[in-house]
Design a protein around this ligand. Structure first.
Ligand code: GRG
Length: 306
């Protein structure tokens, strides 16, 4: 089996990110019609770069379970559209009121608040319109069933029992500084951040034909990755810089957010990310076919600089 070392890992990440961009671009709406401003605002957000982590995790999980073919591509684009909608809305003055993301002005700064609300809504709807293209690509009754199960996961993990639920508790936590416990923080991280990572990896597994037990293990593995990813995000908010992150640091403090780092400090937070990522990799390594790139990707996420 091919060994993944750091040199070819960097190369592989570049190639795979370019492949993510290619897939995503092939599903973006054309900027025409009388409503073209909202479409431009949607594409402005989606084409601003970013790590493309969620579609990458989806496709790598798909490959680990032996998946091949293009059934997965509409879902890869859809999850990145949902992720971008959440960023556009999270940056709005009514939420975090951020002016920069990925080194560019945020969508509401460029297009105005009303258009940014619509661009987020547009991305969410277009994500589902895009995911449904999988039904046109289905080659067997099994493909239809898999696509339907994937669609359900996509909807649930982005909704009130997933990302929106987490954002609700996050907003309320800002005004309740004193009685926020670790349980609240973990609820927020699980729903706001881990849910989309779970969605990505579970969809990859389901479309490749993973069984119920394997999909449940992937859900647990993606939970660990998601919590570790969010704690690292909170660490970077304290330790990084605007130049590296492409957005202002110190936003948690500005928004009175209690995070894992404010409760436990940097050292314990770093230990926690290492523990969670180790656990996720152990789960990945337990499946019959190993994906060394995926294992390395998970390991690298806790050392990422942005
Ligand atoms: C507005 C419904 C609604 C939800 C907002 C996801 C979210 C909830 C807010 C975005 C801000 C934030 C800190 C989310 C936590 C997840 C996270 C660390 C997102 C950033 O993801 P990356 O690092 O971003 O993958 P790139 O830019 O690489 O795509």
């Amino acid at each position: 089996m091919k060994m993944v070392n750091w040199m070819n890992f960097e190369e592989e990440i570049k190639e795979k990110t370019a492949h993510m961009e290619e897939v995503l671009n092939s599903f973006l709406p054309r900027e025409d019609g009388l409503q073209k401003t909202v479409i431009e605002a949607m594409n402005y957000s989606v084409t601003a770069g970013g790590k493309r982590l969620r579609p990458m995790l989806m496709e790598e999980t798909y490959k680990m379970f032996g998946g091949s073919g293009d059934l997965i591509e509409p879902f890869m684009a859809a999850i990145e559209m949902i992720h971008n909608y959440s960023l556009v809305h999270d940056d709005l003055p009514a939420m975090d009121n951020d002016e920069y993301r990925r080194g560019r002005k945020t969508t509401h700064v460029v297009y105005g608040e009303g258009m940014a609300v619509l661009a987020g809504d547009g991305l969410l709807n277009y994500a589902f319109e895009t995911a449904c293209i999988a039904f046109e690509r289905a080659k067997s009754p099994e493909d239809y069933v898999k696509a339907a199960s994937a669609l359900k996961i996509l909807a649930k993990k982005a909704g009130i029992y997933g990302m929106i639920g987490g954002q609700c508790v996050d907003i309320e936590a800002e005004d309740r500084q004193t009685d926020i416990t670790e349980e609240h923080i973990l609820f927020i991280h699980e729903h706001k951040t881990a849910a989309l990572i779970q969605s990505a990896m579970m969809i990859g597994a389901l479309l490749a034909g993973a069984d119920e037990e394997q999909t449940a293990l992937i859900e647990k593995c993606a939970y660990d990755i998601g919590i570790a990813f969010q704690i690292q995000d909170d660490i970077l908010d304290v330790t990084s810089s605007m130049e590296v992150l492409g957005k202002p640091v110190g936003s948690d403090e500005k928004n009175n957010k209690i995070t894992y780092v404010t409760i436990h400090g940097l050292e314990l937070s770093k230990e926690k990310t290492a523990e969670l990522s180790g656990e996720a990799i152990r789960i990945l390594a337990s499946f019959p076919k190993r994906n060394l790139f995926l294992e390395k990707l998970v390991e690298q996420l806790i050392y990422r600089k942005k």
